[in-house]
Design a binder for this molecule. Structure first.
Ligand SMILES: Cc1cc2nc3c(=O)[nH]c(=O)nc-3n(C[C@H](O)[C@H](O)[C@H](O)COP(=O)(O)OP(=O)(O)OC[C@H]3O[C@@H](n4cnc5c(N)ncnc54)[C@H](O)[C@@H]3O)c2cc1C
Length: 289
């Protein structure tokens, strides 16, 4: 089955895009690595969202979800690890290694404030991976390191430990009630650089170095240039025009990932524009057939 539009990100930009597309009767799929955007849920009090006075972030997040649910929109809780342009459609790979097809894509993945590591881009696909489920088999009986920005990824490390001979785990968050299996070695240190030859074989940390065959970097979001090969960037943002079009036909971006200012209402507004641009794109294709 091919969807009309796949939306990556369940923050204000992605949700507004989904709502607009649903109202326009489009067949959509909405992905969120978490159901609620942390950036909405964790805001103490929001004073600049039109129509809502001094609203706590947790309440706004709930209202966004209620609105989506009222239209029958479901959030598929999956991280998208790759988007491939296939000519007249896109193929999206999920963190559980499923492939989903859509004619158009809206990227609303927010900004990843963490910088990529030195050597990360160079070794991506050559010892560096963003998806444990997709690539675990490559590291059977090998030594791997998992760098993770959130506790949800502990399950992924446990899964890797069933395949690899040794798993190091570097949490970039405060660990509480760890679900990690006892065989996994936790390293509390700051990753600085990935090095190697043809393939990555070493992670350099602030206080030590780890020799390993594979390095899994599990963040909530994947840097856009790695997520969608060929996408044109403007610094750390996806380059868009006023209609939220990217350089790739049928691919749109909205919200923080499309540039500053980082604001809820701007993100939702851009989600709306991206959705309407996607509708135009779908109509264009239909009229050509
Ligand atoms: C503490 C705090 C307070 C703030 N207060 C205000 C305020 O008062 N007023 C204001 O206007 N703005 C405020 N902001 C800014 C606001 O949070 C952002 O501008 C807004 O959330 C951006 O919306 P977005 O939809 O672009 O991205 P996000 O809200 O970041 O949502 C993106 C979502 O996409 C998901 N995602 C990312 N990559 C993938 C992937 N590969 N696959 C699947 N899902 C993915 C992420 O997990 C996330 O849930 C605040 C931000 C913070 C951090």
């Amino acid at each position: 089955m091919r969807y009309d539009v796949a939306i990556i990100g369940s923050g204000p930009a992605g949700l507004e895009a989904a709502i607009t597309l649903k109202i326009r009767n489009k067949n959509i799929i909405l992905f969120g690595s978490s159901i609620k955007s942390e950036k909405v849920e964790k805001a103490h009090e929001i004073n600049n969202y039109l129509g809502l006075t001094a609203i706590p972030g947790s309440e706004l997040a709930e209202k966004f979800l209620e609105h989506a649910k009222s239209l029958g929109i479901e959030i598929k809780q999956e991280r998208i690890t790759n988007v491939y342009a296939m000519g007249n459609y896109y193929s999206l790979q999920t963190s559980s290694n499923e492939m989903v097809e859509a004619t158009s894509v809206i990227v609303a993945s927010g900004v990843n404030f963490g910088k990529t590591l030195e050597g990360e881009d160079k070794y991506l696909g050559r010892g560096v991976s963003y998806c444990a489920t997709c690539d675990a088999a490559l590291y059977k009986d090998k030594v791997v390191t998992v760098i993770s920005t959130n506790s949800k990824e502990e399950e992924e490390a446990n899964f890797l430990s069933e395949v690899a001979s040794k798993v190091y785990y570097i949490p970039l968050y405060k660990m509480t009630d760890s679900k990690l299996l006892p065989s996994i070695e936790i390293i509390e240190d700051q990753p600085l650089e990935i090095s190697g030859g043809l393939k990555a074989n070493k992670l350099i940390l602030k206080n030590k170095e780890l020799d390993c065959d594979g390095i899994f970097i599990l963040r909530e979001s994947v840097p856009p240039a790695s997520l969608i090969p060929g996408i044109e960037m403007d610094g750390s943002h996806i380059k868009v025009d006023i209609n939220m079009k990217t350089n790739l036909k049928g691919c749109f971006a909205a919200g923080d990932i499309a540039g500053k200012p980082y604001q809820y209402i701007k993100s939702a507004g851009q989600g709306n524009i991206a959705a309407l641009s996607a509708v135009d794109y779908l109509n264009e294709i239909k009229n050509k057939q």
